[in-house]
Design a protein around this ligand. Sequence first.
Ligand code: BGC
Length: 745
Amino acid sequence: MRLHALFIGLAWLAAAPAEAQVTPAYLDETIPVEERIEDVLNRMTTEEKVAIIHAQSKFSSAGVPRLGLPEIWTTDGPHGIRPEVFWDQWDQAGWTNDSCVAFPALTCLAATWNPEMARLYGKSIGEEARYRKKDVILGPGVNIYRTPLNGRNFEYMGEDPYLAARMVVPYIRGVQENGVATCVKHFALNNHEVNRHNTNVVVDDRALYEIYLPAFKAAVQEGGTWAIMGAYNLYKGQHACHNKYLLNDILKKEWGFDGVVISDWGGTHHTMEAIQNGLDLEFGTWTNGLAGGAKKAYDNYHLALPYLRLIREGKVGTDELNDKARRVLRLMFRTTLNPHRPLGSMLSEAHYDAARRIAEEGIVLLQNKGGLLPIDLSRVKKIAVIGENAIKMMTVGGGSSSLKVQHECTPLDGIRRRVADSVEVVFARGYVGDVSGEYNGVTTGQDLRDDRTPDVLRDEAVRTATQADYVIFFGGLNKSAGQDCEDADRAGLSLPYGQDSLIAALAKANKNLIVVNVSGNAVAMPWADDVPAIMQVWFLGSEAGNAIAAVLTGDVPPSGKLPFTFPAKLEDVAAHSLNAYTGERKRGIVDIEYKESIFVGYRWADKHTDKEPLFPFGHGLSYTTFDYGKPRVDAKSMFPDGKVTVSVRVKNTGKRTGQETVQLYVSDKKASLPRPVKELKGFQKVTLAPGEEKEVSFIVTREALSFFDDRKHAWVAEPGTFEALIGASATDIRGRVAFTLKTDD
Ligand code: BGC
């Protein structure tokens, strides 16, 4: 008996220290994360490792239930948190608590030219994601604007790598502070939608490194993004989601990316390439449900049973598997396993406020002849609002970025709310475009059907216009297929639905015509000479109408600048001029050669001065005017490791407060390889009261002078003369100053 008691006592004593050690090392916060990752990895079976590197549903991947590691939940991205969909269907699941705040499209964010707005955007959408229990936001997108026909340009940040890089970094930081990862997309060379799965991009290294990669590189090295999404297209004959050159050589080796490469949904095509060429987490691959004989359809993914089989048969080792699993675990430690991440918030006043501020700052006043804008409400009795886009909700549609919003203020609502009872606002439809208002089961609830003929609609619009003091036409594109929408490109540069002739008729009917273009792309404006005021307003999200009304009436001064060139004609765009784009749907691999190389957007326009853009890159007016002083440098020359400071004084010479984005371009006067006439290397947005003057300074380092020398596979700054150009747009250069880069010795 006593012996038995002693035995129990001893057994207890022996168990006690063991129990004290029960907390596994991977949960011990005092241990460095990389060691904790190794600890989990050592505890996992091969099957468990395989289980965490592919999807388990449309938007989630498995955790390790046995070890308590949670699932990872992703969401689109990039303009708001996507509604919940069924486990294995695109259709919305019909939840009633998944409405979101829609933030403006990323083209609008880029048009703010304000990194603080990008930070606010990231913080706000990150909070929404966190509250909705999402761990990865599928965005932002930074594919370069190569052709105005690309149906997804509205999800990206324009044509310039420097601008996109400066804007993407704070967005990422803002999101990730919430313990939510960004998944920057689509890496890389996804610059049009037609044939997106079978386009093989043929591009030289200079264009790759100087134009198409810098925003991604900044996202990785400065933003510290925890995930990257592979693109649908091919490069060097391999799909980008399992592409040795892009993922292994550049992203992981050259840039040291330690995060997770996630495939675009359905972008994985080849098991061995997926194993070997840098893909870490496979999502969205089509399966034929249960008919494949596997227990779960997702078991048929390339990085599921087929991978496991190859391992079991000894045809591949486990080095790659460990690397992939390690990266996914790292993502977990950064997100789901971070006990300190904030709680997030959703549908807050602060988020609506952020959405409105970003929208206001991104609106671009393209033209304002005779100072028609802002509208002085004290002198107006009647405003005619015309056009479908004044009443159409724009947050539903466009593809994967489509949202289910708690509320969306349309332009007509915003104007009515702003002018209240002081001014009569009348509306005429003008044209009928897209009345569907549905995406994956989310409906706007609007009934936009109108069976009247185009003539009847036009006559009514013209009659309405004749009787008003001001006419505001809302047109443009609308996120339906072919009109700024995923998986389709636009058929041409022109506005659809007969808008051009309608606008021309309105211009004849009333000289106080304002055209407001809603789009994520440049459009042709054959009527531009006859319309005094033109405004570019993008897809602005929940607060669209309020933001537009604030700018139209001058409550907020317009301060956006174009993040891409508006060409006068499609043929003025490099890709089209060189016949280096195909709009035709084709089978088989379609090689698209980026024949223009580095000469994209204004870099092309600068070389072809006979083809003046309709509105240049960086253009945007204010309700006031700014005078630029003469730019100065603090030193006439710099050593390669040194710097030169370029300064310029800018003064508000008008009667209203305004914001100006001062742009710095650098021009290399002589180089051993062709270089653009100039390239954007700095910008700063300043607010100036009437009469106020501020000095704006830019620090120029070797990086701003460098080009990618493909002969050496290195960035090179060649000694010699450079010029700093200070401008209000790419064609409105207000001053220039030269300096030299010395040699090393
Ligand atoms: C798009 C991605 C998106 C994904 C998930 C794909 O079709 O290309 O941008 O994140 O679907 O919806």
